[in-house]
Design a protein around this ligand. Structure first.
Ligand code: C5P
Length: 222
């Protein structure tokens, strides 16, 4: 089989990872959650009490740790060296700081190279903010998922509740808006819809509806 690459981008909590995991399962290909890589670095930076704005110090951390994504039945687990940080990287302190870490150009350069390497020898469905526009500009399929802020906050609230992560709906809405603003306005590969991406508004669609629509778009490449 030819390799296939599917890029799924969009703002925070638009349902990218849930849908990407389902697609990966259905097609039997690898799921790469690029946000988890930025989250892992943020987690480690917070652990070491390093100034998030200090790109040089953040790069020193990135250069000394190994961030690894491992596939499992549920989707993907995230490791820093041998430590499983899958749950830890979803906690509110990491979420509140990740966009500061992700704006550093040197950080992005290294992360993007690792992501491109993963797609070189594997069929992948990769989700993030700059996959179609920057990481995999030649992806076979590019999707840009959007949904209203209210709907995205509700979904994230429910997701957090199920995981036992403390959350408040209004705070989530504010956090999502702030993260979108930072991600869209940074200089290095901001959140942007690639010109050739298909935009899907998922506000009133179920996860299965979105997955099926994307699978239809992928059909010619399977
Ligand atoms: O997708 P998720 O919400 O986990 O991403 C966390 C953060 O990581 C985003 O808000 C963004 O700042 C950063 N990110 C990015 N580029 C990507 C994926 C995530 O800048 N490709």
């Amino acid at each position: 089989m030819e390799l296939i690459s599917i890029a799924i981008d969009g703002p925070a909590a638009a349902g990218k990872s849930t849908v990407a995991k389902q697609i990966a399962k259905k097609l039997g290909i690898i799921y790469v959650d690029t946000g988890a890589m930025y989250r892992a670095l943020t987690y480690q930076t917070l652990q070491e009490n390093i100034d998030l704005e200090d790109e040089k110090a953040v790069m020193e951390i990135l250069n000394k740790i190994d961030i690894r994504l491992a596939q499992d039945k549920e989707g993907q687990r995230v490791f820093i060296n041998e430590k499983d940080v899958t749950e830890a990287v979803r906690y509110p302190d990491v979420t509140a700081s990740v966009s500061v870490i992700a704006k550093h150009p040197l950080v992005r350069k290294k992360m993007v190279a690792a992501q491109q390497e993963l797609a070189q020898d594997n069929s992948v469905v990769m989700d993030g903010r700059d996959i179609g526009s920057h990481v995999l500009p030649d992806a076979d399929v590019k999707i840009f998922l959007i949904a209203s802020v209210t709907e995205r906050a509700k979904r994230r609230f429910e997701e957090n509740r199920q995981k036992g992560i403390p959350a408040d709906l209004h705070t989530l809405e504010k956090e999502i808006e702030k993260r979108d603003e930072l991600d869209s306005t940074r200089e290095a590969s901001p959140l942007v819809k690639a010109e050739d991406a298909v935009e899907l508004d998922t506000t009133s669609l179920s996860i299965d509806d979105v997955t099926n629509k994307i699978l239809e778009i992928c059909q010619p490449f399977i």
